[in-house]
Design a protein around this ligand. Structure first.
Ligand code: 4GO
Length: 228
């Protein structure tokens, strides 16, 4: 899968060069390219921001460097996403839909007070928000989107079953998990998990998932009941 990130802070994406995402890139399962928008600025001082028409505090990212940067990486198979609090909220279902587009993703990260609206009109296929809060830039949201999508790429996770079984799949939160030792600080692992009875274990896990969803996320629990 090909993902191109457009940003004025390319170093922030060093955070992707660790753990599972590093291995996925080393194994060519994901190809992440980072493009510095500033390299495309035709301004003598390479500026990428300017004052807001109509006034108001804060700077706006100016269209020329963004337009040229996007067009330098865009192909017929590109899908351009702009990370924005005004976008459609990212959910596990939305992540899967984006993955299933089977397109090369171009993720545009804004900074300051945002980007000139004409870039959204001219170049952006979809605006995505990671949740109802405002951040200083789109870089962290972009990394969150990339991390979520990566988990759908075959062989990125060790075990392909993992994505299927976990939280949100059936609108249920995940059951509690345990590893060794059997007794930690006086607290025992639930007996059933040591029984080797896979049918009973599956039932215990489902019951726990239902219980935790019902108490913590009544909204999800309602969806679970409706879909059942
Ligand atoms: C995205 C971008 C929040 C989100 C952002 C979000 N804040 N909730 N800030 O996904 C334009 C300039 C947007 C800063 C950016």
């Amino acid at each position: 899968m090909n993902i191109t990130i457009l940003t004025i802070f390319p170093e922030m994406f060093d955070a992707l060069n660790h753990s599972i995402l590093k291995r996925a890139q080393d194994n060519n399962l994901i190809n992440i390219k980072i493009v510095n928008i500033r390299d495309f600025s035709k301004d003598t001082n390479k500026r990428c921001d300017d004052y807001s028409f109509g006034g108001g505090a804060g700077m706006i990212m100016t269209p020329q460097p963004l337009f040229d940067a996007i067009n330098s990486v865009k192909t017929k198979n590109s899908y351009v996403i702009y990370m924005s609090p005004k976008g459609k909220t990212l959910t596990q279902c939305k992540v899967e839909k984006i993955f299933n587009l089977k397109k090369d993703l171009i993720i545009v990260c804004g900074h300051y007070e945002g980007i000139d609206e004409r870039i959204i009109d001219l170049c952006v296929d979809e605006e995505i928000s990671i949740g109802d809060y405002v951040l200083t830039g789109g870089e962290l949201p972009a990394m969150i989107l990339i991390d979520c999508i990566s988990r759908f790429i075959p062989n990125v996770l060790g075990n392909s079953l993992t994505t299927m079984e976990e939280s949100f799949n059936e609108n249920l939160l995940e059951y509690p998990q345990y590893t060794r030792p059997r007794n930690f600080n006086g607290k025992e692992v639930p007996e059933i998990l040591l029984s080797g009875n896979h049918k009973e274990i599956a039932k215990w896990r489902l019951d726990k998932s239902i219980e935790i969803t019902k108490t913590r996320r009544p909204d999800l629990y309602e969806k679970y009941l409706n879909k059942k």
